[in-house]
Design a protein around this ligand. Structure first.
Ligand SMILES: *Cc1c(COP(=O)(O)O)cnc(C)c1O
Length: 361
């Protein structure tokens, strides 16, 4: 039988969440950082209308979608590329700039797909230590070598939820060699956006990419649309690697409508932030460690790896699926996506029972 190329055969399968609830239990998925709200009604209506055009290939230039992004973010259309999720963009960026003998640098608890994309490209993945579950610019700079081609920073971070302040990002860009590409993955950027705090100006320097997605704050994870701001020369190269018909007609129109419904998205962020801060505070009161999050999830740190495993099992018994963090080097932690009030109350009840029993035993 034919065998896969060695570097592919050596890779583990991408670790997706296991989401099979116990018999008779409703699934409460807090595992994949999906939105607590349905998509904007205008996005749903646009997608439904567009289905009638499905005999045609989609617009390969994402013209209307790019216009919507450009209007809202005041970006030049040539700077915008759209992907089948930002995962497609991440994969193509690595493939475009790194290969065998090159290094891709990220931080200790970075998004797992950075490593996967690096392995596919046959480059070497290097992880720099974090400090207090936050990206350390000094550690990143200390890990740069003559072979470093791409540096990824997820900001806010996944799975930590923590933010690296803009001046630190600027310090990182200023200190990196010109020939090193900095990719700032802002998949959760909408939850952390503050006026005057945008990284988008950095793109004009020519060696920085900022990525965003419709999967989180816009609630369109199932439609697979990501986008990024690229220096034009880099956009032209990365574009050669994208599937030319990468985003379906229904997905393009839904994403454009969602982008034009900023007030709906901001309300989603507001509701998420309220639930998150309330839940985080309650979990801290149980004696667990929860770093301040600027995303739609929180990282819950337990005393030991064993406690995290037992709590995960207790939650699963009730149909509640958080994400175990052993694969991220945080085996003592679970990552909980912020869902609606009822689901978060149930999760808190289970954690509270668990902590009570644990102190008694
Ligand atoms: C969810 C996530 C993405 C991927 O999003 P898609 O656009 O759905 O592919 C990228 N980066 C980080 C850090 C994420 O958490």
């Amino acid at each position: 039988m034919i065998t896969a190329r060695d570097h592919i055969a050596a890779m583990a399968s991408y670790a997706l969440a296991d989401l099979t609830p116990p018999q008779g239990k409703r699934l409460i998925s807090l595992a994949q950082n999906e939105s607590l709200r349905l998509p904007s009604p205008t996005a749903i209506a646009a997608a439904r209308d567009a289905l009638a055009s499905s005999a045609l290939y989609p617009d390969p230039d994402w013209s209307d979608l790019r216009s919507a992004i450009g209007e809202v973010h005041r970006a030049a259309l040539e700077a915008i590329l759209c992907g089948a999720g930002s995962m497609e963009l991440i994969g193509c960026i690595v493939q475009c700039f790194a290969g065998s003998g090159d290094e891709v640098l990220a931080s200790e608890y970075s998004y797992a797909f950075f490593r996967t994309a690096t392995q596919v490209a046959q480059a070497d993945y290097v992880a720099a230590a974090e400090e207090n579950l936050t990206v350390s610019v000094d550690a990143l700079l200390g890990a740069v070598s003559g072979r470093t081609r791409v540096v990824f920073v997820a900001n806010p971070g996944n799975p930590t939820g923590t933010v690296l302040p803009l001046p630190e990002i600027v310090r990182l860009r200023d200190a990196l060699p010109d020939g090193v590409l900095l990719v700032i993955d802002e998949a959760y950027g909408e939850f952390a956006d503050m006026p005057g705090n945008s990284t988008f100006d950095l793109v004009e320097r020519g060696n920085t990419i900022v990525l965003r997605t419709f999967s989180k704050a816009y609630g369109l994870a199932g439609l697979r649309v990501g986008w990024g701001l690229f220096p034009p020369g880099i956009a032209a190269e990365v574009r050669k690697l994208l599937n030319p018909n990468n985003i379906s007609i229904a997905s393009q129109v839904a994403a454009a409508a969602a982008m034009r419904d900023q007030s709906y998205m901001r309300e989603t962020c507001r509701q998420t932030g309220d639930q998150r801060d309330g839940f985080g505070e309650s979990v801290r009161r149980l004696g667990l460690h929860v770093p301040q999050s600027s995303t739609n999830f929180v990282l819950i740190g337990f005393e030991t790896d064993r406690s995290a495993q037992l709590a995960d099992a207790a939650l699963r018994d009730q149909g509640i699926f958080m994400r175990g963090m052993a694969g991220y080097g945080l085996a003592h932690a679970l990552r909980a996506t912020i869902a609606g009030a009822d689901d978060m109350r149930l999760a808190l009840d289970v954690l509270s029972d668990f902590c009570t029993k644990e102190t008694q035993s």
